[in-house]
Design a binder for this molecule. Structure first.
Ligand SMILES: CC(C)(COP(=O)(O)OP(=O)(O)OC[C@H]1O[C@@H](n2cnc3c(N)ncnc32)[C@H](O)[C@@H]1OP(=O)(O)O)[C@@H](O)C(=O)NCCC(=O)NCCS
Length: 167
């Protein structure tokens, strides 16, 4: 199962046309390139892409250009929470390649996820901004309807993939 989102939705952003579609196994290289741009070199090898796109609680969507090459990607996960008596949805990764920024791609990816979250009747939809990647794109997120929820993330360094393992 990749995702039950609609198969595609063409968008015309001026001269640049793109469509949103579910990611598939063949997108592994493009996803790795996009995640590298986000600040994660060595991300998304074939094995991990296969794992993620067949996971029942994760959906990865891409914005594909006229040649069907991903120019933006978003991963979304959802799972039930006791206190919510329902699902929480989280946007885990979102990036648009530099040349395609400012053309509505990021907004279209988020809009697709909001639609999907509505279908899943999630009780909360969140996006975590990782401080190591630089300042959050607050104006973009606000234009897309998100509001800051504050909060602080505590991490256990022994399990942090960004740090060398401690003994
Ligand atoms: C943030 C990011 C995903 C935005 O994607 P994008 O495709 O360039 O954004 P869009 O073109 O869809 O912009 C949507 C709206 O936000 C505005 N916007 C986008 N980036 C903005 C910025 N840096 N400052 C102010 N407004 C911005 C656009 O002007 C547009 O406004 P409009 O709806 O009034 O026309 C993209 O810049 C990116 O990948 N950045 C690097 C990685 C990153 O920050 N990821 C997000 C982690 S939360």
């Amino acid at each position: 199962v990749t995702t039950s989102s609609p198969r595609s939705s063409p968008r015309d952003a001026g001269a640049s046309t793109f469509r949103i579609r579910p990611a598939r196994r063949g997108d592994a290289e493009a996803l790795a390139t996009l995640l590298k741009e986000l600040g994660y070199p060595n991300a998304a090898d074939n094995q991990t892409v296969n794992w993620v796109v067949s996971h029942p609680e994760i959906e990865v969507i891409v914005a594909a250009d006229g040649a069907d090459r991903p120019v933006g990607m978003l991963s979304f996960s959802h799972r039930p929470q006791l206190r919510m008596k329902g699902r929480i949805g989280t946007i885990d990764e979102l990036v648009v390649t530099q040349a395609w920024r400012g053309k509505g791609v990021g907004k279209a990816l988020l809009q697709k996820v909001v639609e999907r979250a509505r279908t899943l009747t999630v009780k909360r939809l969140e996006l975590t901004v990782h401080v190591e990647l630089g300042p959050p794109p607050a104006p973009f997120l606000e234009k897309c309807g998100f509001a800051s929820a504050g909060g602080t993330v505590f991490r256990y360094p022994g399990f942090d993939f960004m740090r060398a393992p401690s003994s």
